[in-house]
Design a protein around this ligand. Structure first.
Ligand code: PMP
Length: 434
């Protein structure tokens, strides 16, 4: 269909600026017309390869046929009753399946919200209700959402916290281990012991919340020795361990949950897990999954929300789980990750600015430094590469505490040809920028 010449990205950006607040960021000055698997077409008819996946929401691709079919079928039956008023089976079935999938040799229960931030809020709520303690420890560089508790837990001030405080009290930040930047597992553990010494006694801490791979913070993987040490510390002091898998969950890192790898490698299971994003293949849904006795601690009426666990989103999530169960997508995700890592390593051999190529499964990133010096993060180069790539038809996202990381969250359903096409554009964008 020929595009309307008056409906340009520039015209829509002008309307956007006039009608919407400045605080709503936008990575690319483009408006979408339609999307299919790992490709998007803008309102001017330009095709883009999508390496952003709506920020980790589209592990199963844009408009996966099975997801669309499930939602259409649900649309024809009922769109909303509010689960706490009139329940529906899909919600219960989804909880049963998530409980069965989560690691740990103990009974689990789940409930649903709409956004990642809400899942995090509710994970803290149940942790406090169960432990009857109030403090929470999070990590520097972590991201947990834009609600008040989400911001409090987030360990990155600009732009997430600037001007929005005060935040809920009794949230403390420890160091996240990162060998590249000189923070060892021992340093990170010592920073928690320091909190116990200077800020809060261990017996007042309800939970420690950690992203198995920091997302917004820069795609740093939590080393398994750190996870083991955290679990031991939590057990010693009666603290709950929360894995925030909003970005890492639903197959992104090579397993359904990243903490499946914790369990396989070291027998470590979190007490509570948060999921969102790719769980429902493009529909708004988040989940809190946890140890049954912990999840049962909140009084009836204390949990839930009007739209939480919408029937449309539950139908979509069940379809997503079917796709992973039957479609070989987990294996495909690992292959996608390897292909991307190989492509990025090749680019890195020609561009000294790339100081690190890293990833877990298909959650991969490169970190840029001026002259390759790890003490000089190069956020400007990241911006130039991302802008140049978009000009050439590839959608990328940046991240990192210093904004010097380019991350890839391409649909796992993308073909090899499309991945290669994207990598060629990325490579050319490095060549074309300095
Ligand atoms: N936790 C993590 C680890 C996230 O990556 C995000 C979103 N980037 C959130 C929480 C918040 O999710 P939402 O934007 O859906 O509220």
């Amino acid at each position: 269909m020929p595009h309307d010449p008056a409906r340009t990205n520039a015209a829509l950006m002008a309307r956007r600026r006039a009608a919407l607040p400045a605080g709503l960021g936008q990575a690319h000055e483009m408006f979408v017309d339609r999307a299919e698997n790992a490709e998007v077409w803008d309102v001017e008819g330009r095709r883009l390869i999508d390496f952003a996946g709506g920020i980790a929401v589209l592990n199963t691709g844009h408009r996966h046929p099975a997801v669309i079919e499930a939602v259409k079928a649900q649309l024809d039956r009922a769109t909303h009753t509010c689960f706490q008023v009139l329940a529906y089976e899909s919600y219960v079935e989804l909880a049963e399946r998530l409980n069965a999938m989560a690691p740990g040799n103990f009974p689990k229960k789940s409930f649903f919200m709409t956004t990642g931030a809400e899942a995090v809020e509710n994970a803290v709520k149940v942790a406090r209700a169960y432990t009857k303690r109030s403090a929470v420890i999070a990590f520097g560089g972590g991201f947990h959402g834009r609600t008040m508790m989400g911001m409090a837990l987030t360990g990155k001030v600009a732009p997430y916290k600037v001007g929005f405080g005060p935040f809920p009290a009794e949230v403390y930040h420890a160091k996240f281990p990162c060998a590249l930047h000189g923070v060892s597992v021992a340093d990170a553990m010592a920073s928690i012991e320091a909190l116990f010494k200077y800020d809060v006694e261990a017996l007042r801490v309800a939970a420690i919340i950690i992203e198995p791979v920091q997302g917004e913070g820069g795609f740093y993987v939590a080393p398994i020795e750190f996870v083991q040490a955290l679990r031991a510390l939590c057990d010693q002091h009666g603290i709950l361990l929360i894995a925030d898998e909003v970005q890492t969950g639903a197959g992104r890192t090579g397993t359904w949950l990243t903490c499946d790898q914790w369990f396989a490698q070291a027998g470590v299971a979190p007490d509570i897990i948060t999921m969102a994003k790719s769980l429902a293949g493009g529909f708004p849904l988040s989940a809190v999954i946890g140890r049954a006795e912990v999840m049962d601690a909140a009084a009836p009426g204390g949990l839930g929300g009007t739209y939480a666990g919408s029937p449309l989103a539950c139908a979509a999530a069940l379809a997503v789980m079917d796709i992973f169960d039957t479609g070989g997508l987990m294996e495909r995700g690992r292959v996608v990750g390897e292909r991307l890592m190989n492509g990025l390593r090749e680019i890195a051999t020609r561009h000294a600015t790339i100081g690190d190529v890293r990833g877990l499964g298909a959650m991969v990133a490169v970190e840029l430094f001026k002259g390759g010096d790890v003490h000089q993060p190069d956020a400007d180069r990241v911006k130039r590469v991302v802008t140049e790539a978009a000009r050439r038809g590839l959608v990328l996202l940046s991240c990192g505490v210093y904004g010097n990381v380019i991350r890839i969250l391409v649909p796992l359903t993308a073909s090899d040809a499309l991945l290669d096409e994207g990598l060629v554009i990325l490579s050319a964008s490095f060549d074309a920028t300095t």
